[in-house]
Design a protein around this ligand. Structure first.
Ligand code: SF4
Ligand code: SF4
Ligand code: SF4
Ligand code: FES
Length: 831
């Protein structure tokens, strides 16, 4: 079949659509709802084309290609129509960043998305790096919206394990619905409600678990926006690289695409999107491998204590001690979670070096449990490559060497502990449940000083003067074994069916409970009793004596107003001061600007923007909860005196933070102009409160949907250009907002104060964490600030210091979401 697309002759296969033929020949047609693994749908209409002899603008994803067809994909009429269609779509999508005039500067200053709760623009979107809508907007040149956009105010759904949903971002492309039906034929999720109220959800408002979700993650993987997100991985951004490898959690040996970011495994997806994988391969693997209690260094027992040592010392000690047990008094026990190459060398070592018949390989049962009840009679020294035996059975053992990934009761009892790298961290071969060899490829940096098992045993053998263990890499071992070339399965018929019954999933890996390391798994039903406690997130937030939250509400998307009982602070607070809050006894100590207080009622008010783990903990509290600690008031207050005309600029939490400053400056006789900025009209709040205390209130939005289009500084600069008097500018908001305000007022020579918000630890000037450079001198924001001359601040240094703990924050943020039991307790709701 021959057809012409944009003047180019192409050969199309019978049965293909126009879109498929075009894409196969490198002709790009914009599309959103179409996906290679899904049947055509024709919902988004981005892929419209003109076909000679055909009326209107057919969708290329649903139009079958026919012989002799002449197609045009990029005429002016099509470009205009696509822009109009995308504009309509963007009117219900938080798209202000796409139309922001400082977009490039913002991207440069903060290239990574902030870890917000709700997404209110690309700067807070976990999907930012790979968002298809964003890419399309750029391609089509969307820079303006004709009417104010709508925000749907849908609740953020963080109640399901593994998957977070912010359906305010959803463009109703239906990819998730189709893939769920296509993969399982169950249709766990679907379009629910009608007309403008349509959302993606589960029938009868059930949770994903109750609706029968298997957490294969296929819906997350095909979603073109950030509406569906992998809770653990979402803030890592686009992986730096990806590697195709094999899952070792069960015999299905699914082919995985492993994503790595800065050496760390962050994502694991099905390599072939047509084959769903199970919750272990899709969601559990990165969290399991990155668990904080991984064994990372070797240990040797000195008296009662296991001491951290270098590899050389650990191997020398092991070799010396093992020499005393050569013969049948030695046993080596492993299971099939060690690679084929590892097990080959274990056997060779036991036979040729230790001269023992006791090489014991345990086959795990269908839950992955490998266990050995007793050691062979007469065994006095044992090497255990995992935690498969009850330490009580080791009474007669004089030397115990444990080679493992996590500490256990066995490693506590061991004389030597050797830390190992496992499947996503090593090269080698495994085999699936039908005995076919499958390749394992190193996709990330092994944890700490861990080494592949084959390498440890080869080095140990060499230390014991054994010949035949001199392998420079794993390949010679594979060759020596004569393993035929291992291939990733590319067709489900080549590998066992994956364990897609959630309740029957494997529970153990190498003797360790998988759900003990992966918190979300503890919320999923399991056919066997779990001995691991459920995630206590909500309980932690409520525990302890502290400061009572009297009132709490989300006053704008992602912005929470919290009124706290704190009479001692309310008595002493002054405008511009801050408090340091610990939500629970294990929380970070975080500064929040005091927004208001009432000395009579003994209350203080904070406006909190959710941008990370600590603010998330605060955002998740409820009225009636107690905070573990609130210290303050701290910081030097803003000097309240007559200046003349003061412009108070506030952005995000800063809109609330300038309220008391405005009131006090006005009382001191100043003319106060409040200038507040937000991305869109729906993100503004406190307009009535600020109007009551300012002589004038100016609102700005980056998408132009309310007030002046642009940032607060645009309103300030306009006034300066009009030569109206401005004696002082005070800016409170995110560092980007304070930076652009300072940089753009500088040429006018107007004094500009900013309230800096670096990381703080003790808030007393002792720890130095809040160090900032102002005018070339080092200052501490907690005791010298928070107010500084914005023209003197080293903004790049401030940015770098704020992101210093980014990775640590990302690691914990996934655990802060409320994985709460569904009201039904995941039971049938018909009673
Ligand atoms: S995770 Fe899989 S089973 Fe669950 S809703 Fe998504 S596609 Fe369906
Ligand atoms: S959640 Fe994502 S995949 Fe599903 S309809 Fe919305 S945008 Fe499309
Ligand atoms: S089905 Fe088995 S091999 Fe496939 S992802 Fe799940 S645990 Fe891994
Ligand atoms: S891609 Fe064709 S209508 Fe969406």
């Amino acid at each position: 079949m021959k057809l012409t697309i944009d003047g180019k002759q192409v050969i199309g296969e019978k049965g293909k659509t126009v879109l498929e033929c075009a894409l196969e020949h490198g002709i790009e047609i914009p599309h959103l709802c179409a996906h290679p693994h899904l049947e055509p749908y024709g919902a988004c209409r981005m892929c419209i084309v003109e076909i000679e002899g055909m009326r209107g603008y057919p969708t290329s994803c649903t139009t079958p290609a026919t012989d002799g067809m002449v197609v045009h994909t990029n005429t002016q009429a099509l470009q205009n129509l696509r822009r109009d269609i995308l504009t309509l779509m963007m009117l219900e999508h938080p798209s202000a960043c796409l139309t922001c005039q400082r977009r490039e500067m913002c991207e440069q200053y903060r290239p990574e998305a902030e870890k917000a709760g709700r997404t209110t623009g690309c700067h807070t979107c976990n999907n930012k790096d790979v968002c298809e809508v964003r890419a399309l907007s750029k391609e089509i040149g969307l820079s303006d919206l004709p009417v104010p956009p709508q925000y749907r105010h849908l609740p953020l759904d963080r109640s399901n394990p593994c998957i977070d949903r912010d359906l305010n971002l959803c463009i109703l492309c239906g990819r998730c619905v189709r893939i769920c039906k296509h993969h399982h034929g169950w249709g766990v999720i679907d379009f629910v409600k009608r007309g403008s109220k349509t959302v993606i959800g589960q029938a009868f408002g059930r949770s994903l678990v109750d609706a029968g979700c298997q957490f294969c993650g296929a819906c997350v993987d095909v979603c073109p926006t950030g509406a569906m997100a992998d809770r653990y991985a979402k803030w890592y951004g686009k992986p730096d690289s990806s590697t195709d490898s094999t899952c070792m959690f069960c015999g299905a040996a699914c082919a995985l695409k492993l994503g790595e970011s800065q050496g760390k495994l962050v994502t694991a997806e099905a390599l072939y999107g047509d084959f769903p994988i199970c919750v272990l391969g899709r969601f559990a693997l990165p969290e399991f491998l990155n668990a904080p209690d991984r064994l990372r260094v070797p240990y040797v027992r000195v008296g009662k204590i296991l001491r951290e040592v270098m590899w050389e010392q650990a191997l020398n000690t092991a070799a010396e001690k093992l020499k005393e047990f050569v013969g049948p008094g030695f046993a080596l026990i492993c299971d099939q979670t060690s690679l084929l190459e590892d097990r080959y060398l274990f056997r060779k070592f036991t036979r040729d070096v230790m001269k023992s018949p006791h090489y014991i390989e345990i086959a795990p049962d269908e839950l992955g449990v490998s266990s050995l009840s007793t050691l062979p009679d007469g065994v006095k020294a044992a090497m255990l490559m995992g935690s498969f035996i009850d330490p009580a059975e080791l009474k007669g053992v004089d030397l115990l060497i444990v080679q493992d990934i996590f500490p256990s009761a066995l490693s506590d009892r061991a004389d030597i502990v050797l830390p190992v790298a496992v499947f996503a961290e090593v090269d080698g071969t495994t085999h699936d449940g039908t005995g076919v060899p499958r390749p394992l490829r190193r996709a990330c940096t092994p944890a700490g000083q861990t080494l592949p098992e084959w390498q440890i045993i080869a080095r140990l053998a060499q230390k014991m003067d054994a010949a035949g263990f001199d392998y420079p890499s794993v390949e010679p071992v594979t060759q020596e074994m004569g393993i035929p070339e291992a291939r990733l399965f590319s067709d489900r018929t080549e590998a066992p069916v994956p364990s897609l019954d959630l309740r029957q999933r494997r529970t153990h890996f190498r003797g360790h409970r998988i759900d003990a390391k992966v918190s979300a798994l503890r919320e999923l039903p399991l056919a066997v009793q779990s001995d691991v406690a459920a995630v206590p997130v909500a309980a932690v937030a409520r525990r302890g004596e502290g400061f009572v939250i009297l009132q709490k509400s989300e006053i704008a998307p992602n912005v929470h107003e919290i009124v706290i009982e704190a009479p001692h602070i309310a008595k002493k607070a002054l405008p511009g001061q801050f408090v340091i809050v610990m939500t629970d006894e294990t929380s970070e100590r975080v500064p929040f600007t005091l927004c208001d207080w009432d000395e009579q009622k003994g209350t203080i008010t904070l406006v909190v923007l959710e941008v990370g783990q600590s603010s998330r903990k605060l955002a998740l509290t409820q009225t009636g909860d107690r905070l573990a600690h609130v210290a303050g008031p701290l910081g030097i207050p803003l000097e309240i005196k007559p200046y003349g005309t003061v412009m108070l600029a506030g952005g995000c939490y800063g809109i609330g933070a300038i309220l008391l400053m405005a009131r006090s400056l006005k009382q001191a006789g100043n003319r106060v102009i409040g200038v507040v900025e937000a991305r869109s009209h729906y993100s503004h709040y406190y307009a009535d409160k600020l109007s009551g205390v300012c002589d004038q209130l100016v609102q700005t939005t980056t998408d132009g949907s309310l007030g002046i289009r642009g940032h607060a500084v645009d309103a300030i600069i306009q006034r300066l250009k009009d030569q109206e008097s401005v004696d002082l500018v005070v800016a409170v908001g995110c560092p980007f907002m304070m930076m652009i305000t300072s940089k753009e007022t500088q040429p006018f020579g107007v004094k500009t104060m900013v309230a800096l918000n670096p990381i703080m630890l003790d808030g007393t000037g002792m720890c130095g964490a809040c160090r900032v450079t102002v005018g070339g001198a080092t200052r501490f924001a907690c005791v010298d600030g928070p107010f500084f001359d914005g023209h003197q601040v080293d903004w790049e240094e401030l940015r770098d210091r704020r992101v210093a703990y980014r990775n640590e924050e990302i690691d914990v943020v996934g655990h802060t979401a409320p994985v709460v039991p569904h009201p039904s307790g995941h039971r049938c709701q018909c009673v």
